[in-house]
Design a protein around this ligand. Structure first.
Ligand SMILES: *Cc1c(COP(=O)(O)O)cnc(C)c1O
Length: 484
């Protein structure tokens, strides 16, 4: 490993007395700080010259991997290419220099953008109204469940203390329901990856507040029985919650509202094109069907009879779930993405995402174990290599991919299979990129058979090869000093 380029810390370049800055001359009188306010020992800062600092951080940044540097087939997280026009829009000084406390008479344009996006998402989701206030998918789930709670409360229906969540659900679903004060009832999946409708129906009753579902679900399968499930859920007095974090495959094909869902969230940072990762930035708007609008959180943006916009707070609402009106820069990117595609091209997103995933699945299924038959939607799961005799695991395959300049797929999620390898190419990749990925995945399967050690000891070309994950988590060395 070249520590000079990759692994060094800025402290290691320190040289006593070296400076990378010069301070302006002090035009004021010299003042001595009182003794008791002064440090007893000099501050331990690296002493480095400017080129060293610039090269150190530029080289460190080159170790990063992102959608702008390579193919990133990370299932469930939707790491797709984000057109730069969206960033340009969000960075426009007209938008980026707004202050949230400006009077609404001076922010009409921003409110119109907010309102237009609200309307567009309502149309896309088949919902009556949307709020853009929540800051992430999980935050949207919590807000949505609070809305459902407020609805039951308004009918004095206090016996509903449980939420049904399928075992294939994203971990945030049961977590959000628990944070909202609900008990979780788990529903099993069938061998084909879809929810067991009979098991679900047997759990419905006057104690159920909502059923949370993801469609296509986390194994990329379309849940065909939603209308039947929705009917049973509504008959028992509960509501249907839709996790729309990954709306890609649905765009322009079908709408959660038409399937019978009452409340939903969308991850703008996944489906609607905001660069994300490492925890942000995000936005998780929620939508509700007609009759639930009054429970949405404050504040709301409304269009007045004279065509102007206002920010209002309703008494019936949940109260606030976020400061101001949510993550405005992410909202700008989403509207820019929707408007630059236009409804005609937006209709292609779901079809292309689905086509790309099926293309990879079919091209690799002779070498990788496909536990669920049938066409997938935007993503699918292999249960590791087909040939289990080589001892090469999903982790080994994922690490070997790094040697070829690809980001690894999601591994060991969902928990339904032992060797899950979850691939989501997204709609933004060219056929050539998909073909290159397929060729590399086939080459790795070949290596696993002919030279398993080569795959097990991968990656060979990255700055760091085999960090001890467990040791790093149990005994982290957070400072330079603790390394010495
Ligand atoms: C990403 C994701 C979430 C959570 O979204 P965050 O913005 O990370 O909180 C929820 N459900 C599904 C299916 C997801 O893929």
């Amino acid at each position: 490993m070249n520590r000079e380029l990759y692994g060094s810390l800025i402290f290691e370049h320190s040289c006593k007395g070296r400076r990378g800055f010069s301070l302006p001359r002090n035009p004021y009188k010299h003042v001595e700080l009182p003794e008791k306010l002064r440090r007893s020992q000099p501050l331990d800062l690296p002493e480095v010259d400017e080129p060293t600092v610039v090269r150190h951080y530029t080289n460190s940044s080159n170790n990063n991997f992102g959608v702008d540097t390579g193919f990133y087939p990370l299932g469930s997280c939707t790491m797709k290419y984000n057109p730069k026009i969206n960033d340009e829009m969000a960075a426009d000084p007209v938008i980026s220099r707004l202050h949230p406390l400006q009077p609404v008479s001076t922010t009409q344009g921003a409110l119109e953008i907010y309102y237009t996006l609200q309307q567009a998402l309502s149309e896309i989701g088949g919902m009556a109204e949307f709020t853009l206030n929540p800051f992430a998918g999980a935050h949207g789930e919590l807000t949505g469940l609070m809305t459902i709670h407020a609805y039951h409360d308004s009918r004095s229906d206090w016996a509903r203390t449980k939420v049904i969540v399928p075992d294939s659900a994203h971990g945030t679903n049961p977590a959000s329901a628990a944070v909202c004060g609900y008990k979780i009832v788990e529903v099993k999946s069938l061998p084909d990856g879809t929810v067991d409708v009979d098991d679900l129906k047997s759990k419905l009753g006057p104690d159920i507040a909502a059923v949370m579902m993801t469609n296509p679900n986390t194994v990329g399968m379309f849940e065909k029985h939603i209308p039947e499930i929705a009917e049973a859920v509504h008959a028992c007095g509960a509501l249907m919650y839709y996790d729309g974090a990954n709306l890609n495959p649905m765009l322009g094909v079908c709408r959660p509202g038409d399937m019978g869902f009452d409340v939903m969230h969308i991850n703008l940072h996944k489906t609607f094109s905001t660069p994300h990762g490492g925890g942000g930035p995000g936005s998780g708007p929620i939508g509700v069907r007609k009759g639930l609008e009054q429970f949405l959180p404050n504040p709301r943006v409304v269009k007045l009879a004279d065509g102007t916009f206002d920010v209002v707070c309703e008494d019936s609402a949940l109260g606030r779930v976020s400061q101001w009106l949510g993550n405005f820069a992410v909202e700008i990117r989403a509207l820019s993405y929707i408007m630059s595609l236009g409804s005609e091209n937006l209709m292609m997103v779901g079809k292309l995402a689905t086509l790309n995933a099926n293309y990879i699945m079919q091209a690799l299924r002779d070498l990788y174990l496909l536990p669920i038959e049938g066409p997938c939607k935007h993503e699918f799961v292999f249960d590791g290599l087909k040939d289990k005799s080589t001892g090469v695991t999903t982790l080994n395959v994922a690490k070997r991919l790094l040697d070829f300049g690809f980001h690894a797929p999601t591994i060991y999620f969902p928990l339904l299979f032992h060797e899950s390898l979850m691939i989501e190419p997204t709609e933004t990749e060219t056929r050539e990129t998909l073909d290159r990925f397929i060729a590399v995945m086939r080459q790795i399967a070949g290596e696993a058979a002919s030279d398993p050690e080569l795959v097990k000891s991968a990656p060979h070309l990255t700055p760091i090869s085999h960090p001890d994950d467990t040791e790093a988590a149990l005994h982290p060395l957070p400072t330079y000093r603790s390394l010495l």
